[in-house]
Write a protein that binds this ligand. Structure first.
Ligand code: CUA
Length: 158
């Protein structure tokens, strides 16, 4: 089969790119251990209140982890528990959230924190709160007649 010189160059280039991209993804996933931010931690959605850490929603100081605090939220139609929480400025916080009933959202307005809370799954996001002020947490997944009333407040204080 005769192949034009440019065809060969393009074919080599294409296959080369494929090998490079797959290697990058492979090394990232299998060697560096990278995975999606929410890696399918499961929970029995009917026993959220009895399951750690959701038996004690709110902010908890933790020792010996890469983050200083854990901020635990339980969402249910149509509220978050806790409804209001204070976080010290500069704290590295792992937000851990789940829902007891239907799908809810967890969006911290004005930040890039935006999670979907699905029944049976735990959503997590680690961040540093480096701005003082009041942040509104809103539900951005339509969850029923009280959807627009569903909110919480995070106060970052000195
Ligand atoms: Cu919860 Cu919309």
């Amino acid at each position: 089969m005769h192949m034009h010189k440019y065809e060969k160059i393009w074919l080599t280039f294409g296959i080369g790119c494929l090998v490079v991209f797959l290697s990058v993804v492979g090394v990232s996933a299998f060697y560096l251990g990278n995975k999606p931010a929410s890696c399918l931690t499961t929970i029995n959605s009917e026993k959220v209140d009895q399951t750690k850490p959701f038996d004690k929603p709110g902010l908890h100081k933790v020792e010996g982890k890469d983050w200083d605090y854990e901020l635990v939220f339980v969402a249910s139609a149509f509220s978050y528990n806790p409804a209001q929480v204070k976080v010290p400025l500069g704290a590295k916080v792992k937000v851990i959230a789940t829902t007891k009933d239907v799908i809810h959202g967890f969006e911290m307005a004005g930040t890039n924190i935006n999670m979907m809370l699905e029944p049976g799954y735990v959503s997590e996001y680690t961040t540093t709160f480096d701005k003082t002020g009041e942040f509104l947490v809103i539900c951005n997944e339509y969850c029923g007649s009280g959807h627009h009333l569903m909110s919480a407040k995070i106060e970052v204080v000195k």
